[in-house]
Design a protein around this ligand. Structure first.
Ligand code: BG6
Length: 482
């Protein structure tokens, strides 16, 4: 499918780093791959005092990648404060002029501004009549974080719905745009062999790890407010979990898929505050070594309070209370400054019911590992007979590597931008999905606050706090990735 002609991408907060890191390269890729029928022009809106020329010059300094020059040459800029009515009016005027020149299939607004301005921007768009459909579509992509708890997410949704219908809203979670993440549903539902086993009768437990080796970088101001639970678990990890745990949707369509994902989120058991310390781990990185380089601890990073208790690591044991998953734990963990940058989902199957071979006890159970990034692929470990007269068993791996396709997949932002342009919201999170995810996170946050859980310090370059290992050892299990 191709996107329509003469579309305009309006970026609120266009001078922030998302525009040059992700959006311009994604638009350039869309042009290059021929997925756009006509031109897609970027109009930047931000507070900085710039005009078209100086905005383009600014982008030129920072944007890299093939084909980006042509995209930059076509960008425009409207200066405006997020709270200033006149700014939105200037924007409206400029957009109509551009549309008169170049035709109009629609406008896609992209909220790349600081979240504290989201409500002002919704209201500004609404008051200037910029959300009204008629001449073309009007859609909005909202970046994370979408709220900081259930209450703020609900009020943000209310504000958003004053101006846009849910069908016009595209809440982004870039993990859903990753090829390997999209493949989870294909693996489960386009193959006949997994689904019959995909339940509590055959699966022992599921592990989801999203490990980063980078630290907080220059984002400490945001991160001090958020922490690993809000920054990663509320969205990326819970999204991965829904794709693993959901029932087969009736069709691969936005609402059918999202209905099933919401059911998973709603079925996650919300622990009582006093149970939270037993089911979760909070950690914070201390000094350590990454790639043979000494790196500072979180509390030594710029803009971080010297006594900060913000978690940079979180591990959770969650239960999905439904017929498919009753009794099957889902262990989720994520952290910064861990030993490697690796994201992986592993589904561990139960052992064979009878031990027929003398040395079988040494075999590991079968594990299906979905390697999300880097080194994208799928591995299934099975027990095999070592050739020879004796019956000796060993674990071997059946492996599929994405390199087999011979070309890199589409970048997540390119994919998601394309989908928003054609109005397909399957890979975006719906209102009730975001709210249900916050409900889970709020229950944990409440427990941490009530029990005054301080983060456990782990050395940068390790696999996180020892308690995260204990969380699984206690259940007779261990993390596969370590
Ligand atoms: C973002 C988080 O959503 O995802 C960052 O805010 C994190 O803290 C990033 O580093 C990780 O994304 P990726 O695609 O590099 O795994």
């Amino acid at each position: 499918m191709t996107a329509s002609e003469g579309t305009i991408l309006v970026v609120f907060g266009a001078t922030g780093d998302l525009t040059h890191r992700k959006l311009i390269p994604a638009v350039a890729d869309l042009h290059r791959t021929g997925l756009l029928k006509g031109p897609l022009r970027i109009v930047g809106y931000a507070r900085q005092d710039l005009d078209d020329e100086s905005f383009r010059a600014l982008l030129k300094q920072t944007v890299e990648g093939e084909g980006t020059n042509a995209v930059i040459a076509d960008t425009c800029y409207v200066q405006g404060d997020f709270r200033e009515k006149a700014g939105y009016e200037r924007l409206a005027k400029r957009l109509s002029e551009l549309e008169k020149e170049g035709g109009s299939a629609g406008r896609l607004y992209y909220l790349a501004a600081p979240p504290s301005f989201y409500t002002d921007i919704f209201q500004g768009i609404g008051a200037a009549g910029l959300a009204k459909e008629g001449e073309g579509f009007r859609r909005i992509i909202v970046e994370k974080p979408f709220g900081r708890d259930l209450e703020t997410a609900e009020s943000l949704n209310t504000e958003l719905h004053q101006v846009f219908q849910e069908s016009q809203v595209f809440r982004i979670d870039h993990y859903l745009g990753k090829e390997t993440v999209q493949n989870i549903l294909v693996l489960r539902f386009a193959n006949g062999i997994f689904e019959p086993l995909w339940n509590r009768n055959y699966i022992d437990h599921v592990q989801i790890t999203v490990a980063e080796s980078l630290g907080v970088e220059h984002r400490a101001r945001y991160y001090e407010e958020a922490g690993a639970l809000r920054d990663m678990l509320q969205n990326h990890l819970l999204q991965l979990m829904t794709l693993i745990a959901m029932e087969p949707p009736v069709a691969f369509e936005a609402d059918a898929v999202r209905n099933e994902k919401v059911k998973v989120l709603r079925a996650i058991h919300l622990p009582a505050p006093e149970d939270v310390p037993r089911l979760t781990v909070r950690g914070q990185y201390g000094r350590g070594e990454i790639d043979q380089q000494q790196v500072p601890g979180y509390r030594q990073e710029p803009d971080v309070a010297a006594n900060s208790n913000r978690e940079t690591f979180a591990a959770l044991k969650l239960q999905v209370e439904n017929w498919r998953w009753a009794g099957v734990p889902f262990y989720l963990r994520t952290g910064k400054r861990l030993a490697q940058r690796t994201s992986e989902i592993s589904v561990q199957f139960q052992r064979a019911p009878q031990r027929m071979f003398a040395r079988e006890a040494r075999l590991k159970p079968n594990v299906l590992r979905l390697r999300i990034q880097p080194d994208e692929g799928i591995t299934l470990s099975v027990g095999a007979k070592v050739p020879g007269m004796k019956i000796e068993l060993r674990d071997v791996e059946m492996e599929f590597d994405y390199d087999a396709f011979g070309h890199p997949g589409t970048d997540a932002y390119e994919r998601l931008l394309h989908d928003a342009l054609i109005g397909d919201s399957t890979l975006f999170t719906r209102k009730d999905e975001v709210e249900s995810a916050w409900r889970v996170v709020d229950a944990i946050e409440r427990g941490w606050q009530q029990e005054e859980t301080a983060p456990e310090i782990y050395p940068a370059g390790s696999w996180g706090p020892e308690s995260a290992d204990e969380l699984l050892h206690h259940d007779g299990r261990r993390w596969h990735l370590r």
